[in-house]
Design a protein around this ligand. Sequence first.
Ligand SMILES: [Zn+2]
Length: 470
Amino acid sequence: MNLQNLPSSLLQELFEFLRFPSVSANPSYAEQTRACARWLCNKFKSLGLESNLWETTGYPVVVARNSPDPSKPTVLIYGHYDVQPPEPLDAWHNPPFEPVLRDDRVYARGASDNKGQLFAHIAGLELLLRNSNALPTNILFLIEGEEEIGSCSLPAFLNQHQRQLACDVVIVSDSGMVAHGFPTLAYSLRGITALECFVKGPSHDLHSGVYGGAVHNPIAAAARLIASLHHPDGRVAIQGFYDRVRPLEAWERGAVKNLPIVEDDIRIQTGAPSLFGEPGFNAIERIGSRPTAEVNGIGGGYQGPGTKTVIPSEAFFKLTFRLVPDQDADEILTLAEEHLRAHCPPGVVLTIQRGHSGNWFFSNPNAPYATAAREALREVFGQEVALLREGGSIPILSEIQKIFGVECLLLALASPDCNAHAPNENFPLENLQRGITLHQTLLRRIASVFPTLRGSQPSPSAEQRARSTC
Ligand SMILES: [Zn+2]
């Protein structure tokens, strides 16, 4: 790849974007987060797009679009301008909001998640506009500032502005490629739901000599409850947990076999002595397509050095469940609560608090626009496209899919070693350049599919729908 093709002004602009500490989780960065949204809005204006900051109950959403042509499909590109907190600061080789170019990678917080990946689309559009009079499709950017804190304001915003945001297909580049240089279409993501459990025993901490043997130890009770969640072979033991799980189809198992990674790569990445999990599936299948019950934290009793002979009065543990199609988060929480209450040993009181939930996402990788996107990826990367079910969650995607009722395509531009959410986050220039080319190829491919689709369906384009309903 010839990196000389990348205009230096583009890189300088990416650096400007990365210099905003747009950390949505930390209110002390609120002003800089809003300044980042204004910068982005102005960037779109400089490209000749109609660009606005739309206020929400939280951080504003940037919406930018070209002057739409009703005969063309509308491509909505979703992304986010907020970033994860940069801590721990001393683990960074450069200050996280002072981007540097090192070994053909840009290092900064947000370099890959999501500013770099998003910027590839913006730069792709800029070059397309510079070199041609008309875009192959209509383009609509929807960039939020709360993705890293759960996209709290976005569902209401999307419902409220559904007509103005009507589109034919949604593109998201906010995920990781399966291996460096391997184009990846993630067609499924897991959902998530959470529980916090409190186990209360005696009214106060007790001397284990004076009272030991007379009361139930809350930590032992909590351990018993946690252990009850799984069979020894790794299967989740909650009754009904797997009832709605959509089985893997033969082509999906074939796609896993064709991935440029094997089970042992997972073992090496994790550093675990050996892999472990539900029998009947390999580790890659378990990560993408099987649900889990995880203990994320446990506490209670004495944590200091040496011995303290105490029976603690209480213990707690935190659980999350990764969910897959067609599980329902509320139903899983109910089943888990029933299981825990049924297994709670005597002598303690169990209190359960429900946490946040986010839906799983699934899209057909053989649907028309997904097929066009796979062809675009293959053309740009010169490699067969990896079809991946990802283990992580982007709950807003299923919301977007539900609200707009169109194909949502997750086209990853980050490599596994981009350190998203971690110190020394980075984005290879090669990925930036490929992303720029992909944007242009993608719009052309989508435009070429659209007439066929419109011919087969009597429905008008999103643009015509928007006009007739506004
Ligand atoms: Zn992201």
